[in-house]
Ligand binder design. Structure first.
Ligand SMILES: C[S@@+](CC[C@H](N)C(=O)[O-])C[C@H]1O[C@@H](n2cnc3c(N)ncnc32)[C@H](O)[C@@H]1O
Length: 299
């Protein structure tokens, strides 16, 4: 389903996954005990008008959510806290790779002087900016948007937009890695490393590792359906050879930490305890894997 140089808007291919995770952030935000607050996410769902996600917000019981929705709250919180920890250490540049409909530039209380770069495909960012402008949203950082493909020379665009490689930065690659071919995946970490002064940090979720699209079929069976309808998200992933981010970063002077979604959910006061008793061990194992990674550059 993927080809070199393919592109998408917000309701097709990889673009639809950005809309889907926004829908789950919107859902988490209206939970009685939310792990995060993203009041912007519902705007995107309404504007895109994709019936499945619109219905999900109007009637959350209408669409299967399963642990996927819960994990999205965990994931958002993990990256929110990652950026807060970076700015508390004095970092004043953030780079959100594959920003999709991430509204952190508007949502988080960034300190004065913070520059937030967002990189994604042109039609995704056009949609996002149009919706935010229609609602009169005001960003809380110096937001700089780069419509560049992450398989291309994005470091050139980033430095042209004012990124300073001499100063530490906080990088996120959230919900991205399996959508990149192995060469672009490995180049991503090499480029982050080359552009990172000591004191920089990076966070990612390596959620595709060791999976194939059939895992989703199994998940659907146990959780009542695919929240993305007919789109099997696994079909959009690359499964070619690539480095493991923790290994690669450890070998290149970064101190690496990792956590599983279950551990983080418990840390956030929302432990995930209601999984079906007959869930296959293999699926449970991979859900328990420590796929949330953060690292700081030592030297
Ligand atoms: C699952 S969404 C995650 C979006 C966002 N990080 C979030 O968590 O809400 C995947 C995002 O990766 C972006 N993406 C995937 N491959 C890309 C590429 N080669 N160049 C630019 N963006 C890409 C998509 O456009 C989409 O916005």
């Amino acid at each position: 389903m993927r080809t070199d140089g393919d592109s998408w808007d917000i309701v097709t291919s990889v673009g639809l996954t950005a809309l889907g995770v926004a829908a789950f952030r919107a859902l988490e935000s209206i939970d009685p005990e939310p792990m995060i607050h993203d009041e912007y996410a519902a705007w995107f769902v309404e504007a895109a008008g994709e019936p499945r996600f619109v219905d999900m917000l109007e009637d959350p019981a209408s669409v299967p959510v399963g642990p996927f929705g819960r994990f999205m709250g965990v994931r958002t919180r993990f990256f929110d806290e990652f950026f807060a920890a970076a700015w508390q250490r004095g970092v004043r540049q953030a780079v959100i790779l594959a920003s999709g409909l991430d509204a952190r530039a508007y949502r988080l209380d960034w300190p004065a002087g913070m520059v937030v770069f967002e990189i994604d495909q042109p039609r995704v960012l056009e949609f996002k900016d149009r919706v935010l402008a229609q609602h009169g949203a005001v960003f809380k950082a110096d937001r700089r948007v780069l419509a560049v493909d992450l398989r291309d020379d994005w470091p050139a665009a980033l430095t042209a937009a004012g990124f300073d490689p001499e100063r530490p930065a906080a990088w996120s690659a959230e919900g991205l890695l399996p959508f990149l071919p192995g060469s672009a995946h490995d180049a991503l970490f090499e480029r982050i490393d080359a552009l990172s002064a000591p004191g920089s940090s990076v966070a990612t979720d390596d959620f595709g590792r060791g999976l194939d699209s059939h895992d989703f079929d199994t998940e659907e069976k146990f959780f009542g359906g695919n929240p993305f309808g007919n789109l099997n998200v696994g079909d959009l992933w690359y499964d070619d050879t690539r480095a493991e981010p923790e290994d690669w970063l450890s070998r290149h002077g970064w101190s690496v930490h990792h956590a599983s979604p279950f551990d983080l959910a418990a840390d956030y006061g929302r432990p995930i305890t209601d999984l079906p008793a007959d869930l296959p061990e293999a699926l449970l194992d991979r859900m328990r894997q420590p796929r949330y990674v953060s690292a700081e550059k030592r030297s």
